[in-house]
Write a protein that binds this ligand. Structure first.
Ligand code: ATP
Ligand code: MG
Length: 152
Protein backbone atom coordinates (compact mmCIF):
# COMPACT_ATOMS: atom_id res chain seq x y z
CA UNK A 1 0.00 0.00 0.00
CA UNK A 2 1.20 3.51 -0.84
CA UNK A 3 3.07 5.46 1.80
CA UNK A 4 2.51 9.21 1.61
CA UNK A 5 3.25 12.25 3.71
CA UNK A 6 -0.11 12.59 5.41
CA UNK A 7 -1.27 15.68 7.29
CA UNK A 8 -3.46 14.47 10.13
CA UNK A 9 -5.54 17.62 10.64
CA UNK A 10 -7.03 17.29 7.19
CA UNK A 11 -7.80 13.64 7.94
CA UNK A 12 -9.59 14.64 11.16
CA UNK A 13 -11.63 17.26 9.28
CA UNK A 14 -12.54 14.68 6.64
CA UNK A 15 -13.70 12.26 9.33
CA UNK A 16 -15.79 15.02 10.96
CA UNK A 17 -17.48 15.69 7.59
CA UNK A 18 -18.50 12.03 7.39
CA UNK A 19 -19.79 11.97 10.98
CA UNK A 20 -21.37 15.45 11.19
CA UNK A 21 -24.96 14.48 10.35
CA UNK A 22 -24.99 11.53 12.74
CA UNK A 23 -23.49 13.74 15.47
CA UNK A 24 -26.06 16.49 14.83
CA UNK A 25 -28.92 14.01 15.26
CA UNK A 26 -27.72 13.39 18.84
CA UNK A 27 -26.72 17.00 19.40
CA UNK A 28 -23.11 15.89 19.83
CA UNK A 29 -20.37 18.41 19.13
CA UNK A 30 -17.21 17.35 17.27
CA UNK A 31 -14.11 19.26 18.34
CA UNK A 32 -10.73 19.24 16.62
CA UNK A 33 -8.32 20.24 19.36
CA UNK A 34 -5.09 20.00 17.36
CA UNK A 35 -2.82 23.01 17.78
CA UNK A 36 -0.27 22.32 15.05
CA UNK A 37 0.01 20.56 11.73
CA UNK A 38 1.17 16.99 12.20
CA UNK A 39 2.67 14.96 9.38
CA UNK A 40 3.18 11.24 9.27
CA UNK A 41 4.55 8.90 6.64
CA UNK A 42 1.70 6.45 6.26
CA UNK A 43 -1.15 5.42 4.02
CA UNK A 44 -3.84 8.12 3.88
CA UNK A 45 -6.77 5.70 3.66
CA UNK A 46 -5.54 3.69 6.62
CA UNK A 47 -5.08 6.81 8.75
CA UNK A 48 -8.60 7.91 7.84
CA UNK A 49 -10.09 4.47 8.60
CA UNK A 50 -8.32 4.35 11.97
CA UNK A 51 -9.58 7.77 13.09
CA UNK A 52 -13.05 7.22 11.59
CA UNK A 53 -13.57 3.97 13.51
CA UNK A 54 -12.66 5.69 16.79
CA UNK A 55 -14.82 8.76 16.12
CA UNK A 56 -17.70 6.52 15.02
CA UNK A 57 -17.55 4.76 18.40
CA UNK A 58 -17.15 8.07 20.25
CA UNK A 59 -20.41 9.30 18.66
CA UNK A 60 -22.27 5.98 18.82
CA UNK A 61 -21.51 5.33 22.50
CA UNK A 62 -22.02 8.94 23.55
CA UNK A 63 -24.94 10.58 25.33
CA UNK A 64 -27.25 13.26 23.89
CA UNK A 65 -25.53 16.68 23.93
CA UNK A 66 -22.15 15.05 24.56
CA UNK A 67 -18.88 15.87 22.86
CA UNK A 68 -16.08 14.19 20.93
CA UNK A 69 -12.64 15.76 21.06
CA UNK A 70 -9.89 14.69 18.69
CA UNK A 71 -6.30 15.88 18.64
CA UNK A 72 -3.08 15.09 16.83
CA UNK A 73 0.27 16.33 18.05
CA UNK A 74 3.99 15.74 17.84
CA UNK A 75 5.74 14.71 21.03
CA UNK A 76 9.29 13.44 21.40
CA UNK A 77 9.62 12.19 17.83
CA UNK A 78 6.23 10.51 17.97
CA UNK A 79 2.76 11.32 16.77
CA UNK A 80 0.03 11.19 19.40
CA UNK A 81 -3.60 10.93 18.31
CA UNK A 82 -6.27 11.21 20.95
CA UNK A 83 -10.03 10.58 20.61
CA UNK A 84 -12.01 11.43 23.73
CA UNK A 85 -15.74 11.21 24.36
CA UNK A 86 -18.23 12.04 27.09
CA UNK A 87 -20.18 8.83 26.62
CA UNK A 88 -21.25 5.75 28.53
CA UNK A 89 -17.74 4.41 29.17
CA UNK A 90 -16.48 0.82 29.16
CA UNK A 91 -16.57 -1.33 32.32
CA UNK A 92 -12.95 -2.15 33.23
CA UNK A 93 -13.42 -5.93 33.02
CA UNK A 94 -14.26 -5.60 29.29
CA UNK A 95 -11.31 -3.41 28.33
CA UNK A 96 -8.84 -6.29 27.74
CA UNK A 97 -11.18 -7.74 25.10
CA UNK A 98 -12.53 -4.77 23.12
CA UNK A 99 -9.87 -5.09 20.37
CA UNK A 100 -10.91 -8.68 19.61
CA UNK A 101 -12.90 -9.25 16.43
CA UNK A 102 -16.68 -9.31 17.02
CA UNK A 103 -16.33 -8.49 20.73
CA UNK A 104 -19.06 -6.14 21.96
CA UNK A 105 -19.58 -5.08 25.57
CA UNK A 106 -23.34 -5.23 25.82
CA UNK A 107 -24.76 -7.53 23.19
CA UNK A 108 -28.34 -6.33 23.58
CA UNK A 109 -27.53 -2.66 23.59
CA UNK A 110 -24.95 -2.97 20.80
CA UNK A 111 -27.30 -4.90 18.53
CA UNK A 112 -29.76 -2.01 18.55
CA UNK A 113 -27.02 0.31 17.38
CA UNK A 114 -25.90 -1.79 14.45
CA UNK A 115 -22.31 -2.67 13.70
CA UNK A 116 -20.45 -5.94 13.90
CA UNK A 117 -17.74 -5.48 16.51
CA UNK A 118 -14.95 -5.13 13.95
CA UNK A 119 -14.14 -1.41 14.25
CA UNK A 120 -11.57 -1.59 17.03
CA UNK A 121 -9.93 -4.77 15.70
CA UNK A 122 -9.25 -2.84 12.47
CA UNK A 123 -7.89 0.11 14.47
CA UNK A 124 -5.54 -2.22 16.37
CA UNK A 125 -4.44 -3.87 13.13
CA UNK A 126 -3.53 -0.50 11.57
CA UNK A 127 -1.70 0.65 14.73
CA UNK A 128 0.32 -2.58 14.68
CA UNK A 129 1.19 -2.14 10.99
CA UNK A 130 2.95 1.11 11.88
CA UNK A 131 4.55 -0.29 15.07
CA UNK A 132 2.45 1.97 17.23
CA UNK A 133 0.65 1.46 20.51
CA UNK A 134 -2.92 2.15 21.59
CA UNK A 135 -4.12 2.82 25.13
CA UNK A 136 -7.61 3.21 26.58
CA UNK A 137 -8.77 5.18 29.58
CA UNK A 138 -12.44 4.85 30.44
CA UNK A 139 -14.81 5.58 33.26
CA UNK A 140 -18.36 4.24 33.23
CA UNK A 141 -20.86 7.08 32.98
CA UNK A 142 -18.14 9.64 32.24
CA UNK A 143 -16.44 8.76 28.99
CA UNK A 144 -13.63 7.09 27.15
CA UNK A 145 -10.32 8.17 25.69
CA UNK A 146 -8.27 6.26 23.11
CA UNK A 147 -4.64 7.36 22.73
CA UNK A 148 -2.55 6.19 19.78
CA UNK A 149 1.23 6.65 19.61
CA UNK A 150 2.88 6.17 16.25
CA UNK A 151 6.57 6.51 15.43
CA UNK A 152 7.21 9.10 12.68
P1 ATP B 1 -18.54 -1.75 14.44
O1 ATP B 1 -17.36 -0.88 14.81
O2 ATP B 1 -18.14 -2.96 13.66
O3 ATP B 1 -19.64 -0.96 13.83
P2 ATP B 1 -18.79 -1.94 17.28
O4 ATP B 1 -18.72 -0.45 17.41
O5 ATP B 1 -19.73 -2.65 18.21
O6 ATP B 1 -19.16 -2.36 15.79
P3 ATP B 1 -15.97 -1.94 17.94
O7 ATP B 1 -15.81 -0.58 17.34
O8 ATP B 1 -14.90 -2.94 17.67
O9 ATP B 1 -17.35 -2.59 17.51
O10 ATP B 1 -16.10 -1.78 19.51
C1 ATP B 1 -16.23 -2.95 20.33
C2 ATP B 1 -17.10 -2.65 21.55
O11 ATP B 1 -16.38 -1.79 22.43
C3 ATP B 1 -18.39 -1.90 21.22
O12 ATP B 1 -19.43 -2.80 20.90
C4 ATP B 1 -18.66 -1.17 22.52
O13 ATP B 1 -19.31 -2.03 23.42
C5 ATP B 1 -17.27 -0.87 23.06
N1 ATP B 1 -16.81 0.51 22.74
C6 ATP B 1 -15.96 0.87 21.75
N2 ATP B 1 -15.71 2.18 21.75
C7 ATP B 1 -16.42 2.68 22.80
C8 ATP B 1 -16.58 4.00 23.35
N3 ATP B 1 -15.95 5.06 22.82
N4 ATP B 1 -17.38 4.13 24.44
C9 ATP B 1 -18.00 3.06 24.98
N5 ATP B 1 -17.89 1.79 24.52
C10 ATP B 1 -17.11 1.61 23.44
MG1 MG C 1 -17.25 0.57 16.24
Amino acid sequence: TDLERVELNSIIEGVFEIMQNIANDKNIVLINNSSEKVFIKANRNRMKQMILNLVDNAVKYNVPSGSVTVSAENAGGKVIICVKDTGIGIPSQHIPRIFERFYRVDKGRSRNMGGTGLGLSIVKHIVNLYNGIIKVNSEVGKGTEFIIQLPC
